[in-house]
Design a protein around this ligand. Structure first.
Ligand code: 5GP
Ligand code: ZN
Length: 140
């Protein structure tokens, strides 16, 4: 546990968190500043700042929890869909350095847009550039 981490303190029960589900390695609780009713965060119990720091068995449990909880979140607020995402790193908008998966309920016509709204003016890469990037990811 990181003493100065707000999510570690919620997981530990030190501060109130509106926890909605728990598994061996994951805890889900309501976001304090929701983007929509039912906005839920799913976090690993242990303190890991970035996704790649989570051991694979704990990551599997985390994403298993995401899989199992999403339906309940959608149903509880009578939503039409759910946007699921991680701001993985500061440049991606991560403000709390304890990895968390956002489950944001979505409603027809809510105007929130898809993930493509992150960078609507991105340039289409050439086939060669796509090949190069795919190679780089495979190599890494
Ligand atoms: P990030 O920008 O790091 O991906 O998202 C952090 C999220 O944590 C935000 O949606 C924010 O509303 C939420 N948050 C920040 N502080 C607290 C808190 O003390 N309790 C809860 N439940 N959520 C918080
Ligand atoms: Zn933490």
């Amino acid at each position: 546990m990181a003493e100065d981490c707000i999510f570690c303190r919620i997981v530990a029960g030190d501060i109130p968190g509106r926890i909605v589900a728990e598994t061996d390695h994951a805890v889900a609780f309501l976001d304090a500043n929701p983007l929509a009713p039912g906005h839920t965060l799913v976090v690993p119990r242990e303190h890991y700042a970035r996704l790649d720091e989570i051991p694979s068995d704990e990551a599997a449990d985390l994403f298993g929890a995401v899989h199992d909880i999403t339906d309940s979140v959608e149903a509880a607020v009578d939503a039409d869909a759910v946007s699921i995402g991680i701001n993985d790193g500061e440049a991606a908008g991560q403000e709390v350095p304890h990895t968390h998966v956002h489950l944001v309920p979505r409603f027809e016509g809510d105007g929130g847009g898809p993930f493509h709204a992150i960078n609507p003016n991105s340039e289409q890469p050439s086939d060669a550039e796509l090949d190069e990037i795919a190679d780089a990811i495979r190599d890494a």
